[in-house]
Every structure is written in C-alpha cells, then in structure tokens.
Design a protein around this ligand. Structure first.
Ligand code: PEP
Length: 252
C-alpha cells in the first residue's frame, strides 16, 4: 500500500518570516486532516532551518529543492547532502524541469545526485517530464524512458524501491494546463513499467510516482484516484496555506 505524498515546491518564493507564518497557518488548517497522506514542504535553502523548527511535532516533513553530489569541497554556491541531513531534510527534489532548463542539469547529474542522496539517507524525488514539442512529436515515452533510466543507472532494486518519481509534463508546470487524469495515469503506469524493467516488479510496486503540473484543490481528487498516481508535486498552489491544505484533504 503506497501512502500518497503531497509535496509543496516553493521554488524561489518565501522569506524566513513568510515560511514560519505559512507553517503556522497550515498546521491550523490541517489539524489531523492530513492523516493517510504524507505531507512535505520544500522551501528555499535559506528557510530550511526555520521551517524545520516550525514543523517540529507536526508530522510534516522537509525537503530541499536541489543539492550537489559531493559531501564538501570547493564548490561555491552549492549545498551538500550532509548539510541537508543536518538541517532535518528527509527528501530532496532532483532534476526538476527548471533545473534542467535554466541550469543545464543532465540525467547524468541527476544520477550522481540520486546516488549521493541515498548514500546519506535522503529520499530523492526524481522529476521527469516531456516538453510540449516532445509531446506533439509523439516522443513522450522515449523522453521519459531516457530520463528515468538515466537517473536510476547503477541503483539496486532496494534503492529504487525507496525512491519517489514525479511525472511533471513541462507544458503543465505553472501554466494552468493540467494533464487529464487519464493522460497522467497513462504516463505514470508507463513509468512503473520502466521501473519494473530496471528493478523488478516488486520494487516498482513500492515506488511512489507523483504527478505535478498545475495541481489545484479542484483537480487533485480526480488525479489521486488513479491507481498509479501516488501524490502530487505542487508548485503555485502550495504557496497559499488554504489551497495547499485543500489539495492535501482532496488526496486522502
Ligand atoms: C512544480 O514546480 O513542480 C509544479 C508542478 O508547479 P505548478 O504546480 O505551479 O505547475
């Protein structure tokens, strides 16, 4: 039985003060209503420490939005898995389409990061997804297959089983356009098939595969009802406590 994972990716939004205020409001709105769903917040690095403190005892977990694969060194501007663990992160988002698009992140880099995250006890949320051009060219499955296989090269079945994969069609991120429930299910089922090829059916059945792309309280229940959609990676709608709480409640 896979527990749905609802993660709020705040991107480059929210100061420390805004983070603490958000968490106070969210805790008030949820008050037990998050049962049956795992809830994760992914604030910017600068707010992780304050978020960890504010989340203490809430049952809500913390994630970073990215990390580097080395433990330490002369890598100006980067953050290591050790640092994320120390601050209290359980998860780390890897390979978000914005990292791929604006910062040149490759499948090879995602793979190195995934291995480093697992080595240090962080659970990677590995993002994959096709662009509009790729969808229209009919190569969605080819693109997803390259990304999934590239990200997971060299992981053993037990490591793969513990992962989270987020299917995020790039054309649906921040655009208000959502994949239909059936389209999202189709790609998520395809991803589970790929995972079975890579790591065996038993491991594949354990992997939580999220959908991401303009998820809102109004469309969450339909998406979450699909058998291979095990939660959501939420951008815009995770920035307001009431809309994020609405998605969590719709996902139970
Ligand atoms: C995201 O950034 O991962 C995302 C899905 O954004 P949005 O919900 O705003 O489309």
């Amino acid at each position: 039985m896979r527990i749905p994972l609802i993660a709020g990716n705040w991107k480059m939004y929210k100061t420390v003060a805004e983070t603490v205020q958000f968490i106070d409001e969210l805790k008030g709105l949820l008050a037990g209503a998050g049962d049956g769903v795992e809830v994760v917040l992914c604030p910017p690095y600068t707010a992780l420490s304050a978020a960890a403190e504010a989340l203490r005892g809430s049952g809500i977990f913390l994630s970073a939005q990215n990390m580097y694969w080395e433990e330490q060194g002369a890598f100006t501007g980067e953050i290591s898995p050790l640092m994320l663990r120390e601050i209290g992160c359980k998860y780390v988002i890897l390979g978000h389409s914005e990292r791929r698009q604006y910062f040149g992140e490759t499948d090879e880099a995602v793979n190195k990061k995934a291995k480093a995250a697992l080595k240090h006890g962080l659970i990677p949320i590995v993002c994959v997804g096709e662009t509009l051009e790729e969808r229209e060219a009919g190569i969605t499955e080819k693109v997803i297959s390259t990304q999934v296989k590239g990200a997971l090269t060299g992981l053993d079945p037990a490591q793969t089983a513990g992962l989270v994969v987020a299917y995020e069609p790039v054309w649906a991120i921040g655009t208000g356009r959502t994949a239909s429930d059936d389209d999202a299910q189709k790609v998520n089922a395809f991803i589970r098939g790929l995972l079975a090829e890579i790591a065996g059916r038993e491991a594949a059945e354990k992997v939580r595969i999220q959908y991401g792309g303009s998820v809102k309280p109004e469309n969450a229940a339909g998406l979450m009802a699909k058998p291979d959609i095990d939660g959501a990676l939420v951008g815009g709608a995770s920035l307001k406590p009431d809309s994020f709480a609405g998605i969590i409640k719709a996902s139970r």
